[in-house]
Design a protein around this ligand. Structure first.
Ligand code: SF4
Ligand code: SF4
Length: 227
């Protein structure tokens, strides 16, 4: 038997169900669309930031910095570092800093060392915990360190160095963990760096009594810029 009330009731139910499905579908479609727009915008932003770095007025990218030990070169490092900050948590010297977005959009979140402020003490802990190989593992053994660590190379400014200007200093040589090979003193205690042995730890730069330091560490990439 067919009752009109059943028909009305069923019809109303179907209409409600259809309306609900339609609403859900609209919401889902809107979400998908918004997600796609957000992903597209993020991709565009990432690309534009890469270019933006060259226009950044006070970009740290053009200032001196070195990477923690175990870095192959800056390109390799940037491709592999996920900005996880594992290195800073194990650093014994507390010398690892991170670029901020304002310093450089391209380098933001990556670790660096400013040797003048605080030099690496060669604990090698960061190389042991890096999960991506941005820093390759190096044992805490001076022979291994001498073979595998090349954070940069020390350069002496003869204009600024006390020993080149009538005083006897040599503080940098005393600070060097590879003294005698990486850093020797010549006549009148004038420092001589051998790039084949310098590991770029930055202790000489940290301890130099001159201000600005008469000895500074430069990365391989900076050597290409400055010659
Ligand atoms: S950076 Fe300075 S202290 Fe370190 S190994 Fe080179 S010369 Fe020696
Ligand atoms: S510590 Fe500085 S001023 Fe002294 S010898 Fe070394 S580079 Fe020159």
């Amino acid at each position: 038997m067919f009752f009109i009330s059943d028909y009305l009731c069923n019809n109303t139910f179907q209409q409600k169900t259809a309306t609900t499905f339609f609403k859900v579908e609209v919401i889902i479609n809107r979400r998908v669309l918004l997600t796609k727009i957000a992903l597209f915008a993020a991709g565009g932003l990432a690309l534009s930031l890469k270019g933006l770095d060259f226009l950044w007025p006070k970009s740290f990218a053009f200032k001196r910095y070195i990477r923690p030990p175990g870095t192959e070169n800056d390109d390799h490092f940037l491709k592999n570092c996920t900005r996880c900050r594992a290195c800073v948590n194990v650093c014994e010297a507390g010398c690892i800093k991170f670029f901020t977005f304002l310093e450089s959009p391209r380098l933001a979140g990556t670790p660096y060392l400013d040797s003048r402020q605080k030099a690496c003490n060669l604990c090698m802990n960061c190389t042991q915990v890096c999960p991506t190989g941005a820093l390759k593992p190096i044992e805490k053994d001076l022979e291994e360190i001498k073979k595998n660590v090349r954070m940069g190379t020390a350069y002496v400014s003869e204009t600024n160095c006390l020993s080149f200007n009538g005083r006897i200093c040599g503080v940098c040589r005393d600070a060097c963990p590879v003294k005698g090979t990486a850093l020797k003193l010549g006549i009148k205690a004038r420092p001589i760096v051998d790039p084949d042995y310098c590991i770029g730890c930055g202790r000489c730069e940290e301890r130099c009594p001159q201000n600005p330091s008469a000895i500074v560490i430069r990365r391989k990439e900076e050597d290409l810029i400055y010659g």
